[in-house]
Design a protein around this ligand. Structure first.
Ligand code: NAP
Length: 322
């Protein structure tokens, strides 16, 4: 099979295409013929060597969609459509940047859909992250106000659409005023241009603050996001677009407002049930939610795809089709 192998930690061109033997199914594992996969920022960090547990060479890719080729457990039939996500896929064992992958049974989720593979490939990890952050971490409710910090990211755009569909008031941020329309098309009722300190501007629209904040920029803006909270509000940090992992001088009694809550979402395939994924795919098929896909690459363009992601040129999800 053709596989994109990250040969060592480094810039995008450490990923090289090789012919490797296709894996063979073993008990407890499912062999998938991959049709498409989404690219994820965590793969960029892993490629750069920021995931200390990942050993190279490694076929990266924390998610994929495709057809079951062989499942010795008999749970899935040959040819059944499935997604596989996380559970150390593309990190501890070889993942989705290939024509075939062998993954543990428990991270496989079956679905039915006539959507093109290029769309399906964009969905599992993006939906798992958005759904986990909004429902499990932030416990959003209809009528609440939600600030999305880093709104133009693929996660931010999907979160905006889902939250608006569920009846929340959405405020989204971008650093680029030219991207306001993009945010409005993806569910935003208000757009704020983010210079790192927006709590003053936000209070103009919402004098008593917002109920929920989805923080995708990360530690750089976290303290300011906490200032945006209303009574008993919650901030969930899910992203780290700002590329800084630690908060300097954090004073819990001072930076977190009294009775306010701070949580994080780190993602887990266990947070995504077959029912939730199928329901979401159905809303996409019905045109209710329109995932924004920026570019569709082929496997042998993987270096170009990583360069594109690293240069922050994407306005939506990047997908590779096999
Ligand atoms: N916790 C989890 O389970 C999980 C799962 C998946 C992804 N994530 C995280 O979620 C975040 C979003 O991922 P994504 O793939 O959707 O991102 P993406 O689409 O690649 O986001 C790109 C956008 O991020 C904004 N951005 C880039 N650098 C920035 C900076 N230094 N400061 C502020 N904004 C910046 C830019 O928007 P503007 O130019 O418009 O401002 C850019 O258009 C990432 O941090 C990713 O690691 C977390």
């Amino acid at each position: 099979m053709k596989a994109a192998v990250t040969t060592r930690p480094g810039p995008p061109d450490v990923i090289q295409i090789f012919d490797l033997p296709a894996p063979t199914a073993t008990p407890g594992w499912v062999l998938i013929r991959i049709k498409a996969f989404g690219l994820n920022r965590s793969e960029l960090f892993t490629r750069r060597g920021d995931s200390p547990n990942v050993k190279f060479p490694r076929v990266q890719g924390i998610e994929c969609v495709g057809l079951v080729e062989d499942d010795p457990s008999g749970t899935y039939e040959k040819g059944q459509k499935v997604a596989a996500i996380m559970g150390e896929m593309g990190r501890e064992f070889d993942g989705g940047y290939a024509e075939y992958t062998l993954v543990p049974l428990e991270i496989v989720i079956a679905f039915e859909s006539d959507l093109p593979w290029s769309t399906l490939g964009a969905l599992p990890e993006m939906f798992q992250t958005v759904s986990g952050s909004l429902h499990e971490a932030l416990e959003i409710k209809k009528g609440e106000s939600l600030l999305i910090r880093g709104g133009t990211s693929s996660i931010g755009l999907m979160a905006g659409q889902l939250a608006s569909h569920l009846g929340l008031k959405v405020i989204s941020t971008t650093r680029d005023p030219a991207r306001k329309d993009l945010l409005v098309e993806h569910g935003a009722d208000h757009v704020i241009v983010d210079d790192g300190r927006i709590s003053g501007k936000l209070k103009y629209f919402f004098p008593s603050g917002v109920e929920k904040v989805l923080e995708l920029i990360g530690t750089r803006t976290l303290k300011d996001s906490l200032k945006c909270l209303g009574h008993k509000g919650t901030v969930c940090m899910t992203g780290i677009l700002g590329n800084e992992w630690t908060v300097k001088e954090f004073t819990p009694m001072g930076d977190i407002p009294s009775l306010g809550k701070l949580t994080v979402y780190m993602g887990d395939s266990g947070n995504l049930s077959q029912e939730k994924l199928q329901e979401f795919i159905d809303t996409v098929e019905q045109g209710i939610i329109k995932p924004r896909i920026d570019t569709i690459f082929k496997l042998d363009q993987i270096v170009e795809a990583h360069e594109y992601m690293e240069a922050n040129r994407a306005k939506g999800k990047l997908v590779v089709v096999i």
